[in-house]
Design a binder for this molecule. Structure first.
Ligand code: CFM
Length: 474
């Protein structure tokens, strides 16, 4: 049986089918954990909610927009300090955060009036910004405020503004993934097709499922531009609201994070006949293959080859320097969603590290399928892990470094495992050829930095341990 049972989760028998170890000669059919199910009562999940998936992952990277949460002020928590989807308009979208600040009286008497007042106040406070997205939260969904009606009212009174309504309350799915789906569909239903763009090239794409973490989008845009491609819109990192209204006019949707944004690509294919091409901006080989595929689609493969040759010549020697030093280091890839399969074999092959575990907090079974198929034998794959399982896995696998989020990352530090931020990166961007070198440098610094060696000291014993401390050394 390939399922892996954690000692700490023996009291939650349903957890057993959520982890597997990839055994020798096993097919994916033997070794696929359950996924995208409701969190099991009793396990402390680290997932986000469907509001978070809609607003904080996909909505807010749109740059020229007032992003207003219709709910309690705490719902706006994720902003400058946790999100790093920068933009070239001085980061307006993460510098300012807006909420209607619902209180008990609004729950009792309704909050439509306060929503309208807030919308107008926000537009007046930022007269240069004429676009707004309003997000439903659990509170406003439960009391049934008609946000669409309020948005229509304001747009009638202020014809120069445009408002997008996202009805994705926190309970709208088992995790943030439910919110990804809702906002994808809401955007195509409400906004795509309402602006006609200026076409400046014979090769026009939408760049989809790209969130410009620490500048990823800007690095990739440079390659597309050098190939003579017009990037009509980016869904949504550093993306402009009105550009995204014109998504219907692209020749091709180039899709990066399929987990969060395949829905809109699939709809664009059904409604407008635009083909979808899945690509990968991480890793020299996957990225080169991706640029070649895009080139091939338009019959400009030679231009792709030129970009690849230039970039590889410039950056490959540096990557190889790190590979030599990182060979055999053990890595846990523990992001939220799709990065486990974007990275698994790419870091193994191009940085020489061993991926001993992958996990996903909200990925679907298809993400696990891709992730596990790209892992080596013996890798431990976990769906929707809880904190104790993470600790047990680290004790069992003794990784040299883990990629994860801030919360599990702090837990890892306590057991003296260095961590890198899989979500917001350390010294990104990590996409593109230069980004991949930065990625390798972060891994190298994470493992070899003297400060981490110091953290291995067990001051309670006043001695220097000969190997990594872990829990037994405390
Ligand atoms: Fe896609 Fe993302 Fe991810 Fe995701 Fe995320 Fe993210 Fe992530 Mo954090 S859209 S699935 S919901 S690649 S915010 S930019 S890093 S968990 S693996």
């Amino acid at each position: 049986m390939p399922y892996h049972e954690f000692n700490c989760s023996k009291c939650i028998p349903e957890r057993k089918k959520h982890a597997v170890i990839k055994g020798p000669g096993e097919t994916l059919a033997d070794a696929l954990p359950l996924g995208y199910l409701n969190t099991i009562p009793g396990t402390i999940s680290e997932r986000g909610c469907a509001y978070c998936g809609a607003k904080h992952v996909i909505g807010t990277p749109m740059k020229d927009v007032i992003h207003m949460s219709h709910g309690p002020v705490g719902c706006t928590y994720d902003t400058w300090q946790t999100k790093r989807y920068i933009s070239d308009n001085d980061n307006f979208q993460i510098k300012y955060t807006f909420a209607t600040d619902m209180k008990e009286k609004h729950i009792v008497f309704g909050a439509e009036k306060v929503l309208k007042k807030n919308i107008i106040e926000a537009f007046n406070a930022f007269p240069d910004i004429k676009r707004m997205t309003i997000y439903q939260t659990c509170a406003s969904a439960l009391i049934g405020d008609d946000m669409n009606a309020i948005a229509d009212e304001v747009m009638e009174e202020m014809p120069e503004v445009d408002i997008f309504v996202c009805n994705s309350p926190g309970f709208g799915g088992p995790s943030q993934s439910g919110g990804h789906h809702k906002i994808n569909i809401a955007w195509i239903n409400q906004k795509v097709g309402t602006v006609e763009p200026k076409i400046t090239s014979d090769y026009v794409i939408n760049y989809v499922g790209e969130y410009n973490i620490q500048g990823d989008q800007m690095v990739m845009l440079d390659y597309f531009k050098r190939m003579g491609i017009q990037v009509l819109s980016t869904f949504t990192g550093n993306g402009s609201y009105d550009d995204l209204r014109a998504m219907h006019k692209a020749d091709l949707n180039v899709l990066e994070c399929a987990r969060s944004a395949e829905y809109i690509c699939n709809e664009l294919r059904v409604r407008y006949g635009t083909p979808r091409l899945d690509i990968d901006g991480f890793g020299f080989e996957p990225l080169s293959a991706s640029l070649r595929k895009v080139g091939l689609f338009f019959g400009i493969e030679d231009r792709a080859k030129q970009v690849i040759a230039e970039e590889t010549a410039k950056w490959k020697p540096q990557l190889d320097w790190y590979k030599e030093r990182l060979r055999g280091k053990k890595v846990c890839l523990w992001p939220g969603g799709s990065k486990l399969w974007h990275w698994a074999n790419a870091i193994h092959e191009e940085m020489g590290v061993e991926v001993v575990s992958v996990y996903t907090k909200f990925g679907h079974q298809g993400d696990m399928e891709k992730g596990i198929s790209r892992c080596e034998e013996g890798a431990l794959a976990i769906d929707d892990p809880n904190e104790l399982e993470g600790l047990e896995a680290m004790e069992m696998l003794q990784p040299d470094i883990i990629f994860t989020g801030k919360r599990p990352g702090e837990v890892a530090k306590k057991v003296r495992v260095p961590y890198l931020n899989a979500h917001a990166y350390h010294n990104g961007p990590w996409k593109g050829f230069e980004g991949w070198v930065r990625f390798a440098r972060d891994v190298y610094n994470g493992i070899f930095s003297p400060i981490h060696q110091l953290s291995m000291l067990d001051i309670s014993k006043d001695e220097i341990p000969t190997d990594r401390g872990f829990m037994t050394q405390r």
